[in-house]
Design a protein around this ligand. Structure first.
Ligand code: TNX
Length: 538
């Protein structure tokens, strides 16, 4: 209570000082042509947008101020300034005392308003003189900043450096996500992706308010995370990948770097160690794990379902305890994903025994267990989470156990499915998923799973057919942008015809970020002054 009074008092003082400061400088109000905030190309579409048809002129006389006495706000302000610098080559001061040259302000404010009583909620008030972003948490401010970034035009009204102004449409935006869990998964096991690649993916996902990155760290073809107590996992198990290329792995330091980068983007990382199937790379490294007395070979193909741990051996659980402990110690997020899919050579009873034992290990190390939908065939706890990828029956079992479900139905959300028959990369076993069928469905009503059981949506990208960031981007973009809207925006505000236009207008951003998206012929892509010339046919 005292803290909130202090926060409010300092906020008021601060705004007061700014108003005085701004009155002292000569106001240059430029009359821009009328704007319409409701027609801006925002993705995901906000909850409520009220246009006032004027514009805030962003220029070199703009300054950013943030709440100072609450953690994270000044970093969010600096994040915005860095992105403005990268986009417009315009330097905007953040929380600097001198107001001499300041004509207009962007204020990022911690508010105690009850209307904002949800961690990611924010409100934006844009007038001719100021942009005020209110949120209860720095996380909410961070989501709001993404909206503001999308409102800043790529081009200014003038080419003369001293006179350039970027008009931002005025009005009010009230926003809050429909689902708190908005995820993307990357399979770094079939093909390895570097820390830099993952960071670029994080940059792009965060711009569209995706807040979960699930890393599929182990599979038959590779073990990609250093486990200090079992070093051969990466020395041996990380040494190749599909197609026989070089493989690779993250040291724990690399992994921490990814976690820290994700945290800066208010994104939770979920580590997955896929077990008891999908474990060939682990058993090549430590042959006792499969319990069949054979030493398997490294695997560079793409079959699934041929490997299993020996689920009746204590030493296997001692191994898993070490793995879960080491990874959990360096993972701040609440989840640990145990995989559990396609264990075709594990006997049903052994599978159930395994999942129930591993759940206890995950809980012992302070995490909530997530597993692919098969885990609900075991007697798991209602606090564990089932990730629906193929079986409606398993999803219903999870609901009956009172579990939350992450929606990743393969035929709707698998980013590794081809767009259409012309697509070269990707697979087709679940469906062709063109950009429209990725977007036009209703997660809120999917296969009778009650809304209160749905934790959110996640779009997995399996990497059997992709081996570099360009190929990753080709399959992920633009579809993943649609999943951001499906998980953030309420059903009443989603509409394919309207989305299509907003998506077409992402081209300048994607081009500037050098994203090799698939220029789907369903979308009338907006031309941009940037570099995407080579329109690949696949
Ligand atoms: C199924 S989805 C798998 C993965 C494959 C993917 C390819 C799931 C839980 N298992 O092992 O990579 O299909 O689309």
């Amino acid at each position: 209570m005292i803290k909130s009074i202090v926060t409010r008092a300092t906020t008021l003082l601060f705004i007061g000082a700014l108003i005085v400061a701004c009155q002292e400088v000569k106001k240059k109000r430029i009359d821009f042509p009328p704007t319409d905030l409701a027609k801006e190309n925002l993705i995901p579409k906000p909850l409520k947008v009220i246009p006032t048809n004027k514009a805030f002129g962003l220029d070199r006389y703009t300054a950013i101020y943030t709440t100072l006495n609450s953690e994270g706000y000044s970093e969010v302000g600096q994040f915005l300034a860095d992105k403005i610098k990268a986009k417009l080559d315009l330097v905007i001061p953040v929380n600097e005392n001198s107001t001499e040259l300041v004509e207009r302000i962007i204020y990022i404010n911690k508010s105690d308003s009850l209307e904002l009583d949800s961690p990611e909620a924010y409100q934006l008030y844009i007038t001719q003189d100021s942009v005020i972003l209110n949120s209860n948490t720095a996380e909410g401010a961070f989501r709001g900043i993404q909206t503001l970034r999308q409102l800043i035009p790529e081009e200014s009204n003038d080419t003369l450096a001293e006179q350039r102004i970027w008009p931002i449409a005025s009005g009010k935006i009230i926003d809050n996500p429909n689902f708190g869990f908005r995820g993307a998964m990357l399979d770094v096991a079939r093909h390895f992706f570097s820390v830099e690649d993952v960071k670029k993916y994080i940059d792009l996902l965060a711009y569209y308010k995706i807040n979960v990155l699930h890393l599929h760290l182990t599979d038959d073809q590779g073990w990609r995370i250093e486990i200090k107590s079992w070093p051969k996992l990466t020395e041996v198990g990380g040494s190749t990948e599909v197609g026989g290329e070089a493989g690779g792995f993250y040291t724990q330091e690399d992994y921490k770097e990814i976690i820290a980068y994700a945290a800066k983007h208010y994104m939770t990382v979920i580590p997955e160690v896929d077990m008891p199937g999908h474990t060939n790379a682990a058993s090549v490294s430590y042959p006792f794990l499969n319990g069949n007395g054979k030493t398997p070979k490294l695997y560079e193909g793409t079959q699934v379902g041929f490997s299993t741990f020996d689920t009746r051996k204590d030493t296997v659980y001692a191994f898993i305890d070490d793995v879960v402990r080491e990874i959990s110690e360096i993972t701040p997020g609440p989840y640990f994903h145990i995989g559990g899919d396609e264990s075709h050579v594990t006997k049903k009873n052994d599978y159930i025994y395994f999942v129930e034992k591993v759940e206890k290990i995950v809980q012992k190390h302070g995490k909530k267990m997530i597993g692919w939908d098969e885990i609900a065939t075991a007697k798991v706890d209602s606090s564990s989470i089932s990730q629906y990828w193929s079986s409606g029956d398993n999803a219903q079992k999870a609901v009956a156990r009172g579990m939350k479900v992450i929606l990743s139905p393969a035929k709707r959300t698998y980013l590794d499915m081809k767009y259409d028959t012309l697509t070269k990369l990707g697979l087709t076993w679940a469906a062709y998923i063109p950009v429209d069928s990725a977007y036009v469905w209703t997660p809120e009503e999917y296969e009778g799973i009650p809304m209160e059981n749905i934790l959110g949506i996640e779009a997995p990208l399996w990497s059997e057919t992709i081996s570099n960031i360009d190929e990753l981007e080709h399959l992920a973009f633009p579809r993943v942008i649609g999943y951001s809207e499906l998980s953030w925006t309420i059903k009443e505000n989603r509409d394919w015809e309207n989305y299509k236009v907003r998506l077409a207008n992402q081209a300048p951003f994607l081009d500037r970020m050098n994203v090799k998206y698939y220029p789907s012929p369903l979308i009338d892509w907006k031309k941009s002054k940037y570099s995407y010339k080579e329109i690949k046919k696949d």
